[in-house]
Design a protein around this ligand. Structure first.
Ligand SMILES: Nc1ncnc2c1ncn2[C@@H]1O[C@H](COP(=O)(O)OP(=O)(O)OP(=O)(O)O)[C@@H](O)[C@H]1O
Ligand SMILES: [Mg+2]
Length: 253
Protein backbone atom coordinates (compact mmCIF):
# COMPACT_ATOMS: atom_id res chain seq x y z
CA UNK A 1 0.00 0.00 0.00
CA UNK A 2 1.19 3.55 -0.70
CA UNK A 3 2.53 5.31 2.35
CA UNK A 4 1.00 8.69 3.17
CA UNK A 5 4.44 10.08 3.99
CA UNK A 6 7.82 8.78 2.94
CA UNK A 7 10.97 10.81 3.35
CA UNK A 8 14.30 9.64 1.99
CA UNK A 9 17.66 11.17 2.91
CA UNK A 10 16.23 14.63 3.30
CA UNK A 11 18.67 17.50 3.66
CA UNK A 12 17.73 21.16 3.86
CA UNK A 13 20.17 24.04 4.11
CA UNK A 14 19.56 27.72 4.68
CA UNK A 15 22.13 30.23 3.51
CA UNK A 16 22.43 33.58 5.18
CA UNK A 17 25.35 35.50 3.74
CA UNK A 18 28.45 33.37 4.33
CA UNK A 19 26.76 31.14 6.86
CA UNK A 20 25.09 27.88 5.88
CA UNK A 21 22.77 26.26 8.37
CA UNK A 22 21.96 22.60 7.86
CA UNK A 23 18.44 22.55 9.25
CA UNK A 24 17.86 18.89 8.30
CA UNK A 25 20.46 16.24 7.62
CA UNK A 26 19.73 12.95 5.89
CA UNK A 27 16.34 12.52 7.50
CA UNK A 28 14.45 9.31 6.80
CA UNK A 29 10.88 8.84 7.90
CA UNK A 30 7.94 6.68 6.94
CA UNK A 31 4.46 7.20 8.26
CA UNK A 32 1.68 4.63 7.83
CA UNK A 33 -1.92 5.39 7.01
CA UNK A 34 -3.87 6.18 10.17
CA UNK A 35 -0.71 6.62 12.17
CA UNK A 36 -0.40 9.49 14.64
CA UNK A 37 3.19 10.68 14.89
CA UNK A 38 4.51 13.34 17.23
CA UNK A 39 7.74 15.12 16.36
CA UNK A 40 9.63 16.46 19.36
CA UNK A 41 12.96 18.21 19.59
CA UNK A 42 14.68 21.28 21.01
CA UNK A 43 14.05 24.71 19.52
CA UNK A 44 15.93 25.03 16.23
CA UNK A 45 16.20 21.25 15.71
CA UNK A 46 14.39 21.42 12.35
CA UNK A 47 10.79 20.47 13.22
CA UNK A 48 9.05 23.29 11.36
CA UNK A 49 11.48 22.91 8.47
CA UNK A 50 10.46 19.26 8.16
CA UNK A 51 6.78 20.13 8.24
CA UNK A 52 7.15 22.80 5.56
CA UNK A 53 9.01 20.35 3.33
CA UNK A 54 6.37 17.64 3.83
CA UNK A 55 3.71 20.14 2.80
CA UNK A 56 5.71 21.06 -0.30
CA UNK A 57 6.05 24.67 0.80
CA UNK A 58 9.84 24.54 0.48
CA UNK A 59 12.15 22.35 -1.55
CA UNK A 60 14.78 19.97 -0.24
CA UNK A 61 18.45 20.37 -1.15
CA UNK A 62 18.87 16.61 -1.19
CA UNK A 63 16.57 13.65 -0.85
CA UNK A 64 12.99 12.90 -1.78
CA UNK A 65 9.57 13.45 -0.29
CA UNK A 66 6.74 11.18 -1.35
CA UNK A 67 3.27 12.12 -0.21
CA UNK A 68 0.81 9.33 -1.00
CA UNK A 69 3.43 8.08 -3.45
CA UNK A 70 3.60 11.43 -5.19
CA UNK A 71 7.09 12.93 -5.50
CA UNK A 72 6.44 16.57 -4.63
CA UNK A 73 9.46 17.76 -6.64
CA UNK A 74 7.92 16.36 -9.83
CA UNK A 75 4.80 18.49 -9.56
CA UNK A 76 4.51 21.99 -10.96
CA UNK A 77 3.83 24.77 -8.44
CA UNK A 78 0.18 24.77 -9.44
CA UNK A 79 -0.15 20.98 -9.19
CA UNK A 80 1.54 21.06 -5.80
CA UNK A 81 -0.87 23.72 -4.54
CA UNK A 82 -3.89 21.74 -5.70
CA UNK A 83 -2.50 18.50 -4.28
CA UNK A 84 -1.86 20.16 -0.91
CA UNK A 85 -5.33 21.67 -0.81
CA UNK A 86 -7.02 18.36 -1.54
CA UNK A 87 -4.96 15.97 0.55
CA UNK A 88 -3.19 17.89 3.33
CA UNK A 89 -4.45 19.95 6.25
CA UNK A 90 -1.88 22.35 7.58
CA UNK A 91 -1.64 24.13 10.90
CA UNK A 92 1.30 26.52 11.02
CA UNK A 93 3.23 27.61 14.07
CA UNK A 94 2.25 31.19 13.17
CA UNK A 95 -1.39 30.66 12.31
CA UNK A 96 -1.32 32.50 8.95
CA UNK A 97 -4.93 33.62 9.14
CA UNK A 98 -6.14 36.20 6.64
CA UNK A 99 -6.58 39.38 8.73
CA UNK A 100 -9.42 40.82 6.65
CA UNK A 101 -11.60 37.70 6.85
CA UNK A 102 -13.79 36.54 9.73
CA UNK A 103 -13.13 33.30 11.61
CA UNK A 104 -15.61 31.32 9.54
CA UNK A 105 -14.40 32.80 6.25
CA UNK A 106 -10.86 31.82 7.20
CA UNK A 107 -12.01 28.29 7.97
CA UNK A 108 -13.86 27.95 4.67
CA UNK A 109 -11.14 29.52 2.53
CA UNK A 110 -9.13 26.46 1.40
CA UNK A 111 -12.24 24.41 0.64
CA UNK A 112 -13.85 27.26 -1.33
CA UNK A 113 -10.57 27.69 -3.22
CA UNK A 114 -10.86 24.02 -4.07
CA UNK A 115 -14.21 24.66 -5.75
CA UNK A 116 -16.52 23.39 -2.99
CA UNK A 117 -19.68 25.35 -2.28
CA UNK A 118 -20.66 26.99 1.00
CA UNK A 119 -23.79 24.88 0.98
CA UNK A 120 -22.02 21.55 0.85
CA UNK A 121 -19.60 22.76 3.55
CA UNK A 122 -22.27 24.16 5.88
CA UNK A 123 -22.70 21.08 8.11
CA UNK A 124 -19.01 20.47 8.42
CA UNK A 125 -18.40 24.13 9.25
CA UNK A 126 -20.97 23.94 12.06
CA UNK A 127 -19.43 20.75 13.38
CA UNK A 128 -15.94 22.28 13.42
CA UNK A 129 -17.12 25.55 15.00
CA UNK A 130 -18.73 23.45 17.70
CA UNK A 131 -15.74 21.15 18.17
CA UNK A 132 -13.40 24.15 18.43
CA UNK A 133 -15.87 26.08 20.60
CA UNK A 134 -15.89 28.98 18.19
CA UNK A 135 -19.63 29.41 17.62
CA UNK A 136 -19.69 32.75 19.44
CA UNK A 137 -16.62 33.96 17.59
CA UNK A 138 -17.50 33.04 14.03
CA UNK A 139 -17.87 36.61 12.78
CA UNK A 140 -14.78 38.00 14.48
CA UNK A 141 -11.66 38.90 12.55
CA UNK A 142 -8.33 37.47 13.75
CA UNK A 143 -7.28 40.69 15.51
CA UNK A 144 -10.38 40.41 17.69
CA UNK A 145 -9.59 36.82 18.68
CA UNK A 146 -7.33 35.57 21.47
CA UNK A 147 -4.24 33.52 20.61
CA UNK A 148 -6.01 30.28 21.52
CA UNK A 149 -9.07 31.21 19.45
CA UNK A 150 -6.89 32.01 16.44
CA UNK A 151 -5.20 28.67 16.90
CA UNK A 152 -8.56 26.89 16.93
CA UNK A 153 -9.58 28.73 13.74
CA UNK A 154 -6.36 27.52 12.12
CA UNK A 155 -7.12 23.95 13.20
CA UNK A 156 -10.69 24.11 11.88
CA UNK A 157 -9.36 25.51 8.60
CA UNK A 158 -6.96 22.57 8.35
CA UNK A 159 -9.81 20.10 8.89
CA UNK A 160 -12.55 21.62 6.72
CA UNK A 161 -11.48 19.74 3.59
CA UNK A 162 -11.34 16.35 5.42
CA UNK A 163 -7.65 15.93 4.59
CA UNK A 164 -6.07 12.47 4.41
CA UNK A 165 -2.99 13.92 6.08
CA UNK A 166 -2.85 16.51 8.82
CA UNK A 167 0.41 18.34 9.48
CA UNK A 168 0.31 20.52 12.57
CA UNK A 169 3.04 22.65 14.11
CA UNK A 170 2.52 23.10 17.86
CA UNK A 171 -1.27 23.09 17.49
CA UNK A 172 -1.78 23.21 21.25
CA UNK A 173 0.84 25.90 21.96
CA UNK A 174 -1.73 28.55 22.81
CA UNK A 175 -4.44 26.37 24.27
CA UNK A 176 -5.19 25.76 27.93
CA UNK A 177 -4.73 22.20 29.17
CA UNK A 178 -8.38 21.23 28.82
CA UNK A 179 -8.77 22.58 25.29
CA UNK A 180 -5.42 21.07 24.32
CA UNK A 181 -6.45 17.63 25.56
CA UNK A 182 -9.79 17.98 23.78
CA UNK A 183 -7.91 18.61 20.53
CA UNK A 184 -5.62 15.62 21.14
CA UNK A 185 -8.66 13.40 21.56
CA UNK A 186 -10.09 14.74 18.31
CA UNK A 187 -6.83 14.09 16.44
CA UNK A 188 -6.60 10.62 17.98
CA UNK A 189 -10.13 9.88 16.76
CA UNK A 190 -9.32 11.21 13.30
CA UNK A 191 -6.45 8.77 13.02
CA UNK A 192 -8.02 5.75 14.69
CA UNK A 193 -11.64 5.99 13.54
CA UNK A 194 -11.21 7.64 10.15
CA UNK A 195 -7.77 6.36 9.15
CA UNK A 196 -6.36 9.83 8.67
CA UNK A 197 -2.65 10.33 9.10
CA UNK A 198 -1.53 12.88 11.66
CA UNK A 199 1.94 14.31 12.12
CA UNK A 200 2.27 16.98 14.72
CA UNK A 201 5.10 18.90 16.26
CA UNK A 202 4.91 19.44 19.98
CA UNK A 203 7.01 20.31 23.01
CA UNK A 204 4.39 19.03 25.39
CA UNK A 205 4.57 15.50 26.81
CA UNK A 206 0.83 15.68 27.60
CA UNK A 207 0.23 16.01 23.84
CA UNK A 208 2.88 13.56 22.65
CA UNK A 209 1.42 10.73 24.79
CA UNK A 210 -1.51 10.58 22.38
CA UNK A 211 0.73 9.61 19.49
CA UNK A 212 1.48 6.08 18.30
CA UNK A 213 5.10 7.01 17.81
CA UNK A 214 7.37 9.82 18.87
CA UNK A 215 10.16 10.95 16.58
CA UNK A 216 12.90 12.99 18.20
CA UNK A 217 14.84 15.51 16.15
CA UNK A 218 18.09 16.99 17.33
CA UNK A 219 20.39 19.22 15.29
CA UNK A 220 18.50 18.34 12.12
CA UNK A 221 18.66 14.58 12.56
CA UNK A 222 16.27 11.97 13.83
CA UNK A 223 18.11 10.70 16.87
CA UNK A 224 15.45 8.41 18.31
CA UNK A 225 11.96 7.02 17.84
CA UNK A 226 9.82 5.40 20.49
CA UNK A 227 6.24 4.59 21.41
CA UNK A 228 4.70 6.15 24.51
CA UNK A 229 3.90 3.78 27.36
CA UNK A 230 0.48 2.17 27.27
CA UNK A 231 -0.54 4.16 30.31
CA UNK A 232 0.08 7.36 28.30
CA UNK A 233 1.93 8.77 31.25
CA UNK A 234 3.30 12.22 30.32
CA UNK A 235 5.76 12.15 33.22
CA UNK A 236 7.41 8.99 31.93
CA UNK A 237 7.48 10.39 28.43
CA UNK A 238 9.13 13.60 29.64
CA UNK A 239 11.85 11.64 31.42
CA UNK A 240 12.48 9.48 28.36
CA UNK A 241 12.61 12.53 26.09
CA UNK A 242 15.06 14.33 28.34
CA UNK A 243 17.31 11.28 28.42
CA UNK A 244 17.34 11.29 24.62
CA UNK A 245 18.04 14.96 24.02
CA UNK A 246 20.29 15.24 27.02
CA UNK A 247 18.66 18.28 28.55
CA UNK A 248 20.25 18.79 31.94
CA UNK A 249 17.99 19.03 34.94
CA UNK A 250 17.39 22.67 35.93
CA UNK A 251 20.06 23.92 38.29
CA UNK A 252 19.00 24.84 41.78
CA UNK A 253 18.93 28.59 42.36
N1 LIG B 1 14.05 30.70 6.32
C1 LIG B 1 15.14 30.45 7.04
N2 LIG B 1 16.31 31.06 6.78
C2 LIG B 1 17.41 30.80 7.51
N3 LIG B 1 17.44 29.90 8.52
C3 LIG B 1 16.31 29.26 8.83
C4 LIG B 1 15.10 29.50 8.11
N4 LIG B 1 14.12 28.71 8.65
C5 LIG B 1 14.72 28.02 9.64
N5 LIG B 1 16.03 28.34 9.75
C6 LIG B 1 16.99 27.75 10.70
O1 LIG B 1 16.93 26.34 10.60
C7 LIG B 1 17.00 25.74 11.89
C8 LIG B 1 15.75 24.91 12.14
O2 LIG B 1 14.65 25.78 12.26
P1 LIG B 1 13.15 25.28 12.55
O3 LIG B 1 12.27 26.46 12.43
O4 LIG B 1 12.87 24.11 11.70
O5 LIG B 1 13.29 24.81 14.08
P2 LIG B 1 12.16 24.23 15.05
O6 LIG B 1 12.64 22.88 15.50
O7 LIG B 1 10.85 24.32 14.42
O8 LIG B 1 12.27 25.22 16.30
P3 LIG B 1 11.10 25.81 17.29
O9 LIG B 1 10.83 24.72 18.29
O10 LIG B 1 11.76 26.98 17.92
O11 LIG B 1 9.92 26.18 16.47
C9 LIG B 1 17.20 26.88 12.87
O12 LIG B 1 18.58 27.01 13.12
C10 LIG B 1 16.67 28.08 12.14
O13 LIG B 1 17.29 29.27 12.55
MG1 LIG C 1 9.16 25.45 14.81
Amino acid sequence: MTLPLCVENLTKRFRQGQVVIEALRQVRLQVQQGEFVAVMGPSGSGKSTLLHLLAGLTRPDEGRILVEGQDLARLSDYQRTVFRRRRIGLVFQAFNLVPTLTAEENILLPALADGRSRRELADRLEMLLRAMQLQERRRHRPDALSGGEQQRVAIARALIGEPAILLADEPTGNLDTMTGQHLCLLLHQLSKQQGRTVLLVTHEPTVAVWADRIVVLKDGQIVHEFAPSESRDPQRLAVRYQEIVGVPAPAAV
